[in-house]
Design a binder for this molecule. Structure first.
Ligand SMILES: Nc1ncnc2c1ncn2[C@@H]1O[C@H](COP(=O)(O)OP(=O)(O)OP(=O)(O)O)[C@@H](O)[C@H]1O
Ligand SMILES: [Mg+2]
Length: 404
């Protein structure tokens, strides 16, 4: 049973990271494809506009050189048809002779108009090289002067160039907001499951526990059990069960933090764990000050330390050392570093370790670190992370708390 669940949850994580890559790759392909395709359209349209301006310039040339007036109606039609590409006709002294499709407000003063025209001309000069118009003497066909047609992209073309970027930005913003909303609803769903399950567990444990306590009190009075150590052993188990119940009920409500001696709390956990692990594993606690205090909820904090130590034991097999260092950090922080000499974690394990359900163990549930993170970050506003890890050398987890 446990095996199927473990495999299912592991597959979920593997699929999940694959899915992220697939979505990323598909998004990049769509984005590049959109930009590429629009670029092809833009190039085609540019070519068309260039030809249109050439034709327009030719028509201007004909119009100014033709005296017979025989094809004037065609050329005028061509000139008139250019109602989208901004153009300017400039003489050899750089004076503006004429302009088309340039936005000039009729209410502007002549100075304002001139300023705007010069600005537009500058833009056109930057955009494309001009098209030359030769002014000829109608009788001798002799060239006596030149004019230049400058132009820039039509409004349609400018929009088309910007279009894929605007579209992709809108999609990106939409995707980001959807992701936040999805994440938020996922987190709140997870919260409800954590809280509900924890409360229910505490509640279910509570009833048999109180009746067990009453039974033990009765046995304590029974002369048949005196001096045999049975009642004392039962007492120990009941105390552990009470601790477990308290942990579950605290996870299910908002626990109140108290000013506690961290060194002492950690020693409680070590005192409980040391006799329960292999004798070749030693757990050592180091601190420069045994009086370091922080605001914590003792049963939950002890649960975190217990989980980290259990992981460390699992990572080391039967021999090794767990070193717990309590340090005073800057800005009123307390650091707790828990190091082991175990197998270490690779990058992908580190990035998934705190996700609920992630485990690499045959009989793991993948809840220890998820719970530790929840306790430290949500209830204590602290931080917990892998400070360092080296394969086959060991791992150090760090907890950051605010000192009391
Ligand atoms: N000290 C460590 N050294 C090496 N790997 C670790 C260490 N601590 C955690 N891990 C890795 O992170 C995974 C997740 O740890 P977590 O405590 O959340 O779950 P678990 O120990 O597998 O199962 P559970 O704690 O629910 O019994 C582990 O399966 C292990 O691969
Ligand atoms: Mg664990």
């Amino acid at each position: 049973m446990a095996k199927t669940v473990r495999l299912a949850s592991m597959d979920f994580y593997r699929d999940n990271t694959n899915l992220k890559w697939i979505i990323l790759v598909v998004s990049v392909i769509i984005s590049v494809g959109t930009i590429y395709y629009t670029n092809i359209l833009v190039e085609q349209l540019k070519e068309r506009e260039k030809n249109q301006v050439r034709l327009f310039a030719k028509a201007l040339e004909y119009t100014s050189n033709d005296t017979d007036n025989n094809i004037l109606f065609i050329t005028e039609e061509i000139i008139y048809k250019n109602n989208s590409i901004p153009t300017m006709l400039i003489d050899e002294k750089d004076k503006i002779v004429n302009f088309n499709n340039v936005d000039i407000d009729s209410l502007w003063s002549p100075r304002q108009k001139e300023k705007e025209l010069q600005k537009q001309l500058k833009e056109m000069k930057r955009a494309y090289p001009p098209i030359e118009i030769l002014l000829k003497d109608p009788n001798t066909d002799e060239v006596f002067g030149k004019q230049y047609v400058y132009y820039k992209n039509s409004f349609l073309l400018t929009q088309l160039i910007a279009y894929p970027y605007i579209q992709l930005s809108v999609i990106a913003i939409f995707a980001f907001i959807s992701y936040l909303a999805f994440n938020y609803s996922k987190t709140s769903e997870q919260n409800r499951v954590w809280v509900g399950l924890a409360k229910e567990t505490a509640h279910q444990l509570g009833t048999p526990l109180s009746s067990l306590m009453a039974w033990v009190e009765m046995l304590r009075e029974d002369p048949d059990f005196k001096g045999k150590g049975i009642v004392e052993e039962l007492d120990k188990d009941i105390r552990k069960l009470r601790v477990v119940t308290e942990r579950f009920s605290s996870i299910g409500s908002t626990p109140t933090l108290k000013d506690e001696n961290i060194y002492q709390l950690i020693n409680n956990v070590v005192g409980y764990l040391q006799p329960r692990v292999s004798s070749k594993i030693s757990i050592e606690v180091y601190t420069l000050s045994e009086t370091i205090r922080a605001r914590v909820h003792a049963p939950l904090f002890e649960w975190v330390i217990e989980n980290l130590c259990k992981n460390a034991v699992d990572a080391m097999g039967s021999t090794g050392t767990i070193a717990i260092k309590i340090l005073r950090g800057s800005e009123g922080k307390v650091f707790i570093d828990i190091s082991d000499t175990g197998k270490g974690m690779n990058k992908s394990v580190i990035s998934s370790a705190f996700k609920p359900g992630f485990t690499t163990k045959k009989r793991g549930w993948g809840l220890g670190l998820a719970l530790a993170k929840r306790i430290i970050e949500l209830y204590h506003q602290g931080k917990i992370f892998v400070k360092s890890s080296e394969e086959n050398q060991g791992t150090t987890f760090r907890i950051e708390l605010r000192s009391a």
